[in-house]
Design a binder for this molecule. Structure first.
Ligand SMILES: C[S@@+](CC[C@H](N)C(=O)[O-])C[C@H]1O[C@@H](n2cnc3c(N)ncnc32)[C@H](O)[C@@H]1O
Length: 211
């Protein structure tokens, strides 16, 4: 019996590890859902970031940004950016003339994003510390706002969506991912505000225009 696995066996091992990590991060997400508190404890943030790091080592997630209708020169907001996994791709999609805001309620997310910005020398990104549902950017700022894997953590969806409505441009759009909650719940939270019309949706997220 050979000591080393064949390429096919390696592929299976990587696949199994990835499945295991996906399952644990889903279980972790369900725990977070129970907490019903927008700002997670520091230890929870650190564990989550560690899990993301391992998962992203095996398969990168940032290609999903191609689906968000982002163009060169756009101003975009990664709302609830966490450790900043999407920032490098976001920076390259908007280009030199565009701007990316990495926004989060958690100081550790802001720190991690700042480190990433420095590491990759991303000159078109600023970090923004959110205070509850108040995001310190001007009205009508963003062409695109995406909120990934975080809507389930928002305890006051109406206030959250009203703030996004304030900062999106009239002809901009938002991308809301369900995260760890049902599409039915995401949809009813959006519809209840009367501020957004859902113009497209797929298995993971909804695209909404401001009304
Ligand atoms: C599960 S992480 C996802 C991070 C990132 N979007 C990703 O997909 O890799 C959720 C993030 O949303 C942030 N968050 C939760 N509620 C928020 C709120 N009301 N406003 C801004 N950020 C929030 C958390 O601090 C955390 O960094």
């Amino acid at each position: 019996m050979g000591a080393l696995a064949t390429p096919y066996e390696w592929l299976l091992i990587v696949y199994e590890i990835n499945t295991l990590l996906k399952k644990s991060s889903e279980a972790w997400g369900a725990q977070m859902l129970k907490m019903k508190n927008d700002r997670m404890p520091d230890i929870a943030f650190r564990i989550m970031s560690f899990m993301f790091k391992i998962r992203d080592f095996f398969s990168s997630v940032d290609k999903i940004l191609y689906e968000f209708d982002i163009h060169k020169g756009d101003t975009i907001i990664d709302y609830g950016c966490g450790p900043g996994r999407y920032l490098k791709m976001a920076s390259s999609l908007v280009g030199e003339k565009g701007r990316v805001y990495a926004a989060d309620i958690h100081e550790l997310a802001i720190n991690a994003s700042m480190e990433r910005i420095k590491k990759y020398n991303l000159k078109n990104i600023s970090t923004v510390q959110i205070d509850k549902y108040s995001c310190p950017v001007e009205d009508n700022t963003a062409d695109v706002i995406y909120a990934l894997d975080m809507f389930h953590m928002v305890s006051e969806p109406e206030n959250f969506l009203a703030e996004l409505h304030r900062i999106i441009k009239k002809d901009g759009h938002i991308i809301i991912e369900d995260g760890h909650q049902s599409r039915k719940k995401t949809r009813s939270n959006i519809d209840r505000t009367g501020l957004w019309s859902v113009v497209d949706e797929n298995k993971r997220h909804l695209k909404c225009n401001p009304i």
